[in-house]
Design a protein around this ligand. Structure first.
Ligand SMILES: O=P(O)(O)OC[C@H]1O[C@](O)(CO)[C@@H](O)[C@@H]1O
Length: 582
């Protein structure tokens, strides 16, 4: 194991706006008072992402601004039953999978009630505050604050039973169902609603840490996001235990030693990660998604933006089964299936880059030569009914896995990582469209069987992917590309049905890279530490440590990666991913 300090709180330092951010209610209130004092009649809008604790605002913020009228927009929301009725087709009865929503937020409100609130605000003298998710539907605001919240914090609040879905009063409902409603509906609709608000907000309020708010001016926020697209950066990783989780990340990343295990680390799934921006003494935590929503072209590049819109298409995450267990035996939907069933426009193509492995580790990939598909499905169905264990040895390839192997997993290929592997997943961003076929007869962390989706899975398995095909197409398709005095470049994937290209560089000296007008995502997969620099000094040197994932925005263009003095004498390696297209 390498012992460098993996940074769990990477920040992007923003220059030129040191005095445009405030920490704590007192300075926040003083700033807002000063701003509002200029007008005798004013409307303050505090629009919020669902999950923001409105009680905290009602207790600590609004009374101190002494409004003459305080309106909560939630009073105009459709009631729980009407909302449920409207969303039934998107919610579905399944515990895990819904259908992606194309709703706009105004559809979730009673237009007459919104009009009544508008009327009250019009008639009021002095300060009117309208607040809550959707407040800007009532009035555009003389002053607009957007209170944002990252998805990971929302999930923590849901898991602790503090939060249900927006408008659903369902704090006690199954976590999978609450996550489903958030993923397929709420987060889509509220991202759509907040994008134009962030483009003009006067302030962004960060209430991620209860009792410790921070605020930044809209101008500083937008400048900060723009500056972020001109340099390499990292998003804030998060770690989650799971039934198959291992012990490698706990030691390597210095995580809570009392946790039973850590299964996942998401360190480049920007729609779920946070982005930490530093303005002088103040750190602001926002959803990384805000960067994608506000700066899609500079971040992704024209070509990738044209194809994916304001979505970050590349996912890097870790799956740790060192001293752990097998993942579920699974398959991901083919493109037409994910489009037709779930309304997602691209599918969950994957790959496993093996960062580390125990001596007898293996991955399961593809079916064995000559098996009968119906016999395998019958066996899986019998296993799902609890009649027997699935006979994986009879039907599925078990391939040895060692450090730096790269297994390619185009959708439709049955697979799973086995116990004893530390996987860096380099995949397309969709990550919840996993059809479990068999979960090894075990229970989940909550003591219940994890949901198996054989009825979906059996419709998307590609039975051509047998041993011969898998060995020819999906295992270590490594090709030398170029080399210099201190480096060599190899292509490692992905498969031609997948849109991501991956290149590995082994190096002992500087290596030149170019974003090629599309976003790059990299990880230092070998060596202690490297530094990313701009040949034209366009950004400050950016140090990355072993196993850290970092993003190089399309706008960066040329960059160079070299070993630092800590890595002198070592051979280092990076793996780089981008969206194919040139
Ligand atoms: O279904 P399991 O066993 O939790 O498998 C892990 C799953 O986690 C992910 O890596 C990310 O959530 C999926 O790609 C993968 O299928």
């Amino acid at each position: 194991m390498t012992h460098t300090v993996y940074d769990k709180y990477p920040e992007v330092a923003i220059s030129g706006y040191d005095h445009d951010a405030w920490q704590g209610w007192e300075p926040i209130i003083a700033t807002l008072r000063q701003r509002l004092a200029q007008q005798s009649k004013a409307t303050l809008i505090v629009d919020c992402y669902p999950g923001v604790d409105l009680n905290e605002l009602e207790r600590h913020l609004f009374p101190l601004l002494t409004p003459s009228l305080l309106l909560n927009v939630e009073s105009a929301r459709l009631d729980k039953t009407a909302l449920h009725h409207l969303l039934a087709r998107n919610l579905t009865d399944d515990r895990v999978f819904g259908v992606l929503s194309c709703h706009h937020l105004n559809e979730f409100f009673d237009s007459q009630k919104i009009e009544n609130l508008r009327e009250q605000a019009r008639e009021n003298q002095g300060l009117t505050i309208i607040y809550g998710p959707g407040a800007a539907l009532v009035h555009s605001g003389d002053v607009l604050i957007y209170a944002d919240l990252p998805r990971w914090e929302i999930q923590q609040r849901m898991r602790r039973g503090e939060l249900g879905n927006w408008g659903a009063e369902n704090r006690d409902e199954d976590m999978l169902r609450r996550y489903k409603r958030a993923f397929f509906i709420e987060w889509r609709v509220f991202d759509r609603h907040k994008t134009p608000l962030l483009q003009r907000a006067d302030f962004l309020l960060d209430t991620t840490q209860p009792g410790n708010p921070a605020m930044v001016s809209g101008e500083a926020l937008r400048a900060g996001l723009q500056q972020t697209t001109k340099r390499p950066f990292r998003v804030m990783p998060f770690f989650d235990p799971g039934i198959w989780g291992g012990q490698w990340m706990k030691h390597q990343f210095d995580l809570d030693p009392t946790a039973p295990n850590y299964a996942w680390c998401f360190d480049c799934v920007p729609e779920e990660n946070s982005l930490l921006l530093r303005f002088g003494n103040v750190r602001i935590e926002i959803p990384s998604q805000d960067l994608i929503l506000l700066q899609p072209r500079a971040l992704l590049g024209d070509r990738v933006h044209a194809r994916f819109g304001a979505e970050f298409p590349i996912r890097f995450d870790f799956l740790d089964t060192m001293q752990g267990q097998n993942l579920s035996f699974q398959v991901h939907p083919l493109t037409e299936y994910i489009q037709q069933q779930f309304g997602m426009h691209y599918t969950q193509d994957e790959s496993y880059y093996i960062l580390d492995a125990e001596p007898h580790a293996h991955v399961y990939l593809g079916t064995k030569n000559g098996i009968h598909p119906q016999a395998m499905l019958d066996d899986l169905h019998a296993a799902a009914r609890g009649e027997k264990a699935f006979d994986d040895a009879k039907f599925v390839n078990q391939l040895p896995a060692k450090k730096h192997d790269h297994f390619l997993i185009p959708a439709g290929t049955v697979h799973c990582s086995g116990a004893g592997t530390m996987v860096l997943e380099i995949s397309a961003t969709p990550y919840i469209f996993t059809f479990k076929l068999w979960d090894w007869g075990r229970l989940g962390m909550d003591g219940l069987p994890r949901p198996v989706h054989l009825q979906h899975g059996e419709q998307v398995i590609d039975w051509q992917r047998d041993t011969d095909w898998v060995m020819r197409n999906l295992v270590n398709r490594i090709e030398p590309i170029a080399q210099g005095e201190h480096w060599r470049e190899e292509r490692t994937g992905l498969h031609e049905r997948e849109f991501i290209e991956t290149r590995r560089h082994w190096f002992t000296g500087p290596v030149s890279h170019h974003t090629g007008s599309g976003v790059n995502v990299l990880n230092l997969v070998e060596g202690d530490e490297a530094v990313v620099e701009s040949p034209s000094q366009a950004f400050s040197p950016f140090v990355v440590r072993y196993a850290e994932t970092f993003i190089v925005p399309a706008d960066v263009g040329e960059y160079r990666i070299s070993p630092t003095h800590r890595s002198q004498g070592q051979q280092l390696a990076t793996i780089k991913a981008w969206v194919r297209g040139e």
